[in-house]
Ligand binder design. Structure first.
Ligand code: SF4
Ligand code: F3S
Length: 107
């Protein structure tokens, strides 16, 4: 099992999650983070840290967001590791709870 970063992270990217991960398994793209599924130890520490509730346990991932299981696995192999929190994008709050953000994912 793994935890998964899902759609709400796109363009919000608050990065609180990386501060608590004991195995540093977050990877950073231009406008979202992902979790490496082979490195995550299912500790659940990151889930409550996300201000926009973008992190789910694999078995609680909403049906509409199952694509993010594959996307996390794929992009974690490409993007660089991130271990320290950084400032959120200036317009992060404007993108909270905006639907259909997958179209805005930058690779
Ligand atoms: Fe890291 Fe634990 Fe979150 Fe997995 S569940 S990404 S190990 S903090
Ligand atoms: Fe994204 Fe939430 Fe982490 S917005 S960067 S999953 S704190």
């Amino acid at each position: 099992m793994t935890f998964v970063v899902a759609e709400q992270c796109i363009k919000c990217k608050h990065t609180d999650c990386v501060e608590v991960c004991p195995v540093d398994c977050f990877y950073e793209g231009p406008n979202m983070l992902v979790i490496h599924p082979d490195e995550c130890i299912d500790c659940a520490l990151c889930e409550p840290e996300c201000p926009v509730d973008a992190i789910f346990s694999e078995d609680e991932l909403p049906e509409a967001e199952t694509v993010f299981l594959e996307l996390n696995a794929e992009l974690a192999e490409i993007w660089p590791n991130i271990t320290e929190m950084k400032d959120s994008p200036a317009d992060a709050t404007e993108w909270e709870n905006v639907p259909d953000k997958l179209q805005h994912l930058e690779r």
